[in-house]
Write a protein that binds this ligand. Sequence first.
Ligand code: PGA
Length: 260
Amino acid sequence: MEVVIVEDAAKGGALVAQAIARLLAGRPDALIGVATGSTPVPVYEALAALARRGEADLSRARVAQLDEYVGLPPGHPESYRSVLARQVLEPLGVPEGSFLGPDTAGDIRAACEAYDRALAAAGGVDLQLLGIGTDGHIGFNEPCSSLTSRTRIKTLTERTRADNARFFGHDVGQVPRHVITQGVGTILEARHVVLLATGEAKAEAVAATVEGPLSARCPSSALQLHPHATVVADEAAASRLELAGYFRRTFAGKPPWQGI
Ligand code: PGA
């Protein structure tokens, strides 16, 4: 696992956006797994800036959803599909037809299985962007999720519902209890997994991900099994890493052509 410590969220966003732009330069129709929440926003902003300067072209890119609430009415502004339309598809010029996501309207179990099949049929995810929950979730794989899990329905912890209440008028009662999420095993099939973490609230989860034991108690620790996983953390999120000095020296000495 590579750990890159950046000064702040904007620098992290720029670094990840460059990695996506570079991927698209070599593979214009790459399948990018996109995440929601506050953390990836600087990535999408930096990518939009690159696109405006002609340094990134997303016109042929394909994007795949990581997770989704169950039970929100279709078109609800906080459904992740709506959020991704606002934050990714529209500003980055990705055609609606290039979007892959689970269908939450019908038979949930069938939709989950169909989504895993659709990802595989699309050739698999080239780069999966992840945030991390304060409890170590990736996607919505809450603690004690199977590390080989597939896309399925999950119940959110009360901690995650409280963390996400800010998107629902700070009313935790409005936050759905159920979600569909790519499984940990599904996420691990992406060719490159990039986890971005910013802010002090994520420091404990980042330390557990990178330096803790491999354990379903902290689902993000499964990234230790991935041959190409990159954790990009700002100073605050990296503040509990025992090996921070080693990670800093390693990245500083890396030839720029290597990227992340
Ligand atoms: P956040 O959410 O980026 O809004 O902190 C991360 C997550 O829950 O995965």
